[in-house]
Design a protein around this ligand. Structure first.
Ligand code: ADP
Ligand code: MG
Length: 881
């Protein structure tokens, strides 16, 4: 095919030359055949991602773990001491743990990478004269794209027409202030950051809109050249991982000191240095909780995967970790609590608003005057219909929620416009949730007859705000305001319509220039509650998590929706943006104790509220969709962007809801709590067992007894206890305890009590058992064997007890977690084999236990389980607030 050579310096080309240069049509875009050819020639608009660390990299990364390093040193030492069996068993432990860690980390990395592909980039493109929304991958150089406010730009492009376009290019240039764009030609030498007539892939449209011609795609874009997309997510450790890493260093140092002391005492007591060295290594190997970091990664990776199945996309493991600690959700209303599938129920003209009481039933037919209002709203709505279904109910549309519903409702009443009807529309001020209206110049034939002149523009937005900006009689103003309040209290979502007389010359139109409106009427919509929200709300309440609503909508509408959704609220729970702005921080903080609904708020108000909640110690998850929401999404502990929201919001969010649904937030937080619960189990289980060897061996040496366990026995038992049960916990799906405290912070009272308490008691008991057996005159070999059997098996058995720290053992299933079940059974079989198979008896220096002793061991196991259960009982009955 022809080589399509496009200019390397598109910013230098005069606007009227562009068409020729790009071999395209500036009105109609490329035709589909040309697109196909260019797609073949240039390839799809994707980055070949920086190869994330390969499998080998991840594997060796496992060895970069203080606990594993200790084990490797132990291998070296045992080889040096010519203890080949010990060396092999420790090496096996290293390999098993490195493998487990590798699998989990690899999975986590894949999971996060996969998640990225869920959040697809879409782009509006004009081809063959028709505007579509397509997957950004399919863009080619020469394509005519329409960039709109709040979206991520998908390719490098030269602007050919723009309205108030400002772009956040910080990703590329580091400049944090948005750049204002224009179409004017600039010199060739202009640096990237100053190329005002270009837009670049990966940057974000903060305001305005533009048409532009794609100049570069995929790896050829500026950002593609930077090979920007590195997976920064996994390599960045989460706070908990860092805390645990620190803790493991502390543990190691403490254990080393203790072991050094034991070694010293042993040598002074004339124990052979060689034996003492070996046993010291064994104690360290046994006490080091090498699978703790792996367990935590597993929980996070599995959790992120489960959340994705529920249509929530976590952007990082750190966020996943915070999730479970959420204490307050600040949700928006439209789409999250409601279905966003609005039905037009009435059109009320100004004369009706100020005179008659407004009926609450759905109006089926509209008068000429009402249809004029609908037509004007329809023409002002910038919506693209994606499929060619005839029935509007089956349309797939892109655009703002409200505008989509205007277009659909109008079609259902027989009003449809073609693309050409809106071709000359000009968005003079785009809607945003701060000023809450838009100003649009539309084709004058779609304005109400009275205003069908060139200088009249449509103003569409929050009715109370438009009223305040309108010229009208005081009395009518008050009556109309009352009616609107009353309508909103019926739960209607209202959209005001007005016109403004603007002289065309007023070029740089600002929201503050919008006054002296002619108010024409309101459209009322009914937006039903999502049916699943009620249950979700009750569930999240039961976890002690608070829920508040922040909306740009009217207080009446908000309160009505809240009541329907099952919020416990009354008039006093509502604060409006206006009221909020009159309160200082201290006063507002006081109001937060009873306020549950924030209505008619701006993004700035939301940011302030989030900060004040955080000052009170709340961990806030907050939803947002608009460009202006990004500061508060960043400020919130968990910024939640809805899937239908702007790319700007998604780019800063920690969680993206593919289905916009409040229920998904609840399910996600629940999963986060489950993750915390599972991490706690792993921690308690592994840490509480660390002390055994130290106490047993240290105790024996200090009190001058023969060693109860040999080095090889300790190393052997360490191989098949610990790791498997701990990682099995990561797969647990048990119900999350209802009270908030049980899953709130990590190192809480129960965790400390269970770790230290059961750790010390079970270790001391084991030592006591040994002492008593010897004092009773039992043969030393038998005593050693009994202690070995007890030591090896009790760690396996109590894994069932630690599987749920909040319920007694008999309240949950023992066979549900198959990995745990088979892991424990496998461990027990190995242990029995060690005791009864002659070959293994030789290696591990053991003897067969007689039946009475075996029964004794079983009793010992029951005793230990009972101790753990008792400790759990104390912890869940007394240690909770
Ligand atoms: P929320 O999403 O919390 O319901 P918004 O800030 O989106 O609130 O909307 C506030 C008000 O602005 C709405 O009640 C409606 O009257 C008006 N509005 C919403 N979307 C648009 C739009 N696309 N164009 C004009 N006005 C709008
Ligand atoms: Mg909104």
């Amino acid at each position: 095919m022809d080589n399509i050579k496009l200019s390397e310096h598109p910013w230098t080309i005069e606007p009227n030359e562009l068409e020729k240069h790009f071999k395209t049509n500036i009105e109609k875009g490329l035709d589909n055949k040309e697109v196909e050819q260019r797609l073949k020639f240039y390839g799809s608009n994707e980055f070949t991602e920086n190869k994330s660390r390969g499998a080998f990299g991840i594997f060796f990364h496992q060895l970069n773990n203080p606990l594993i390093i200790v084990l490797i040193i132990a291998v070296g030492l045992t080889i040096y001491l010519n203890e080949w069996v010990d060396a092999t068993v420790i090496a096996l432990a290293v390999i098993i743990n490195a493998l487990l860690g590798f699998i989990q980390e690899y999975k986590a990395e894949r999971a996060i990478a996969d998640l990225k592909s869920y959040v697809r980039d879409r782009v509006r493109v004009v081809r063959d004269g028709v505007e579509h929304e397509i997957d950004a991958k399919l863009l080619v150089p020469g394509d005519l794209i329409h960039v709109v406010r709040g979206t991520r730009i998908s390719a490098d492009a030269r602007i050919i027409q723009e309205t108030n376009l400002t772009v956040d290019e910080s990703l590329l240039t580091g400049e944090s202030l948005p750049e204002t764009k224009s179409t004017e030609t600039i010199p060739e030498t202009t640096l990237l950051a100053d190329r005002t007539n270009m837009i670049y892939a990966g940057t974000l449209t903060v305001d305005g809109s533009a048409y532009a011609l794609v100049t570069k795609t995929g790896n050829h874009t500026e950002i593609g050249k930077l090979a920007y997309l590195v997976s920064e997510t996994i390599t960045e450790k989460t706070p908990l991982q860092k805390a645990v890493e620190k803790l493991t260093w502390v543990i190691m140092i403490v254990i080393s000191l203790v072991v050094l002391a034991v070694f010293g005492v042993g040598v002074m007591q004339d124990q052979p240095v060689y034996e003492m060295l070996l046993i010291s290594i064994a104690i360290i190997v046994g006490a080091v909780p090498e699978s703790l970091p792996i367990g935590i990664t597993s929980v996070l990776a599995i959790g992120v995967g489960r959340i994705a199945k529920k249509r929530g996309i976590m952007r990082s493991l750190t966020a996943a970790e915070t999730l479970g600690s959420t204490t307050l959700i600040m949700t928006d209303k439209t789409g999250t609590l409601t279905q966003a599938d609005m039905q037009l129920v009435d059109i009320t003209t100004l004369s009706d608003l100020s005179e008659k009481p407004v009926p609450t039933t759905i109006r089926e037919r509209y008068s000429g005057e009402q249809k004029e209002l609908l037509t004007m709203a329809l023409c002002s709505s910038d919506v693209v219909i994606e499929n060619d279904e005839d029935d509007p109910r089956n349309w797939e549309m892109s655009g703002s929620i409200l505008e989509k519903n205007i277009v659909k409702s109008a079609a259902l009443h027989g009003l449809r416009l073609t693309r050409d009807d809106r071709a000359n529309n000009q968005v003079r001020i785009p809607f945003n949730s701060k000023h809450k209206f838009s100003v649009i110049k539309i084709n004058k034939e779609f304005l109400p007859k009275k205003y069908a002149k060139d200088n009249f523009h449509v103003v569409m937005g929050a009715p109370d705000i438009l009223l305040g900006l309108s010229k009208m009689d005081k009395e009518i103003f008050h009556k109309t305001t009352d009616t609107i309040t009353q309508m909103s209290e019926n739960g209607r979502r209202l959209l005001g319509l007005a016109v403004i007389n603007l002289s065309e010359k007023q070029n740089d139109l600002k929201p503050k220039d919008i006054t002296e409106l002619d108010f024409l009427g309101v459209l009322s919509f009914y937006d039903p509650i999502r049916p699943e929200v009620k249950d979700a709300l009750q569930k999240i309440y039961s976890y002690g998590v608070k829920v508040v609503m922040a909306t740009g909508d009217l207080p009446g509408t908000a309160l009505n929706v809240a009541k329907e959704a099952g919020f416990i609220v009354d008039e006093k729970s509502v604060l409006t943006g206006k009221e909020i702005r009159q309160l200082n921080d201290k006063e507002l903080t006081e109001s937060l104790s009873y306020a549950k609904i924030f209505a008619r708020v701006t993004p700035e108000d939301k940011l302030r509220i989030v900060r004040l909640y955080q000052n009170q110690g709340e961990i806030v998850a907050m939803t947002g969709d608009g460009v202006n929401d990004s500061p508060s999404l960043k400020a919130a502990n968990i910024g939640v962007a809805v899937g239908s929201g702007s790319d700007v919001a998604k780019s800063v969010a920690d969680l993206v809801l593919l289905d916009d649904n409040f229920q998904t937030i609840v399910a996600t937080i629940e999963e986060g709590k489950r993750m915390l619960v599972n991490i706690k189990k792993i921690f308690v289980y592994l840490m509480s067992n660390s002390l055994d060897e130290v106490v047993l061996i240290g105790g024996a040496i200090l009190s001058g007894f023969a060693l109860p366990l040999s080095a090889i026995q300790i190393i052997w038992v360490n191989l098949f206890t610990g790791s498997i049960p701990a990682i099995a916990y990561a797969f647990d799906r048990q119900p999350v305890p209802k009270d908030n405290h049980a899953s709130r912070s990590f190192f809480d009272g129960p965790v400390k009590f269970l770790t230290i308490g059961t750790g010390i008691v079970t270790s001391l008991l084991l030592f006591l058992l040994y002492v008593v057996l010897i004092e009773l005159g039992i043969e030393i070999e038998v005593a050693q064997n009994v202690v070995f059997a007890c030591f090896g098996s009790y760690i396996l058995l109590i894994a069932f007890s630690f599987r749920n720290l909040n319920l007694p053992l008999f309240k949950y299933s023992l066979t549900e977690n198959k990995i745990l079940l088979y892991g424990v059974i496998g461990g027990l079989i190995l242990l029995l084999a060690t005791l009864y198979v002659p070959f293994l008896q030789n290696i591990f220096d053991t003897e067969a236990l007689s039946l009475p002793w075996l029964i004794f061991v079983i009793f010992w196991l029951i005793l230990n389980v009972a101790i753990i259960e008792g400790a759990k009982w104390i912890s869940y009955t007394y240690l909770k607030k």
